[in-house]
Design a protein around this ligand. Structure first.
Ligand code: CMP
Length: 138
């Protein structure tokens, strides 16, 4: 069993895509074991994306991520990290496979509707960033 962090980004929330994303999750083999809506401060967005601090898109990305509410979830299942990454599709929606969340809904490489952890180490950091153990159901 593995866990991964999912975020429905501000574009997904403002475009009323929460239900559509959750529908795809519930059709998959992943189980939602924690969920909440929150609006990050700039400092919280910068802390979350600290690994990208040196990237040219860091300021724009963190601006975007604190521009409105997001929905954060913990997903659990066998190979949850790669299953969710397959479900999301490539970061750049133009390269995302047919049927993926980003292919269907994303409009921009940055405003790409969803985020998912890319490794067990980042999943542990990202889940701990938003949830304590009482907020995750067994
Ligand atoms: P995410 O999976 O949340 O991980 C980092 C985010 O940075 C990514 O999705 C995009 O939203 C954003 N991103 C990645 N590459 C670029 C890029 N070349 N230009 C702008 N934003 C990017």
């Amino acid at each position: 069993m593995q866990r991964t962090l999912s975020i429905i980004k501000p574009d997904g929330v403002s475009r009323k895509l929460i239900g559509k994303v959750i529908k795809k999750l519930e059709k998959s083999r992943l189980k939602i074991i924690a969920m909440k809506m929150l609006h990050m401060t700039r400092a919280q967005a910068e802390g979350f994306y600290a690994v990208h601090r040196e990237r040219p898109f860091f300021a724009s990305l963190t601006d975007f991520m604190c521009s409105g509410p997001v929905v954060v979830m913990v997903l659990e299942g066998e190979n949850a990290i790669s299953i969710y990454r397959d479900l999301m599709g490539a970061t750049n929606f133009k390269n995302a496979a047919e049927g993926t969340i980003r292919r269907e809904f994303a409009t921009d490489i940055e405003k790409n509707v969803v985020h998912g952890s890319d490794s067990p180490e980042s999943a542990a950091f990202e889940i701990g960033y938003f949830f304590n153990s009482f907020e995750i159901v067994k």
